[in-house]
Design a protein around this ligand. Sequence first.
Ligand SMILES: [Zn+2]
Length: 340
Amino acid sequence: MKQKILDLRDQALASIKQVKSVEHLKELEVSLLGKKGQLTAMLKGLKELSEADRRVVGKMANDLKQELAQTLVEKEQGLKRKASQSLGQEFYDTSLPGRTEPYGHLHPITQFIREIEDTFLSLNFEVAEGPQIEDDYHNFTALNIPKDHPARDMQDTLWCKDIPYLLRTHTSCVQVRYMESHDAPIRVVVPGRVFRKDDVDATHSPMFHQFEGIMVDTTTNLSHLKGILTIALRRLVNNPQLELRFRSGFFPFVEPGLEVDVTCVGCEGKGCNICKKTGWLELLGCGMVHPYVLKTVGLDPEKYQGFAFGAGIERLLMIKHKINDIRLFYENDPRFLEQF
Ligand SMILES: [Zn+2]
């Protein structure tokens, strides 16, 4: 019986050594240690032995069981390690290009704001920013929109609850802030977010972007305004043939006030559905800064004069790229954003 156990040990260890796959190892484990395995059968034969022999042989058999179980585990780990190494070698192809992370880019509005800044910096303007939460004075009063002025009804404003602040309805308040803290001559452009109590549709959003420009000096006049707007807009919409049409219009903070139309991108002036057969698209408001505004910020209107303009950034981008729905800018759909 002792010899049988020793023989089984030699034979089992030799077999384990030769095994080349995990599946074969599992089969071998069953044939050695399983319910119907060789060692189990041997342990069953113990009861035929005398008590003294049973104790000695039983201990040998149990030791062997443990030894084999341990060897099987080690062999399995070895086989798995080998398998993963050879797998790695098989699939490692040095000629393949490396994996790269997908890159995003700046939002089209941010890109366009930077283009606006570059354009006006090249015309010797400065770039300024201001708070998006404004007080009544900077948003209305200083811009010649007194409390009972009908223009306040035109501006459907988002007011803060319980405190006298509002979300600015235009970037024009930054003109005021800038002129309060800077002496003339002034040349500044102000891009930024503005807020109106608008319902959302294809051309309206309660939040959108504007850029505002102002130039004040002793001789600045309407021809400068026309020249600068023509250069800047042609560059921004990337169309050197773009024509501008100036019509009179009313804004409380300019006198005279002008509205600017540009050649329709849909028909290039011939007349189509986009421009309602007129050949022109309304783009922005501008004019000569009202003497009241200059006086309010501490500039002598007898000495200084200048122009100001304000335009919607989304509006200009929509004209430039023939985009028909403003909501596309805020949906963050990569199919839209990847086109810029
Ligand atoms: Zn048209």
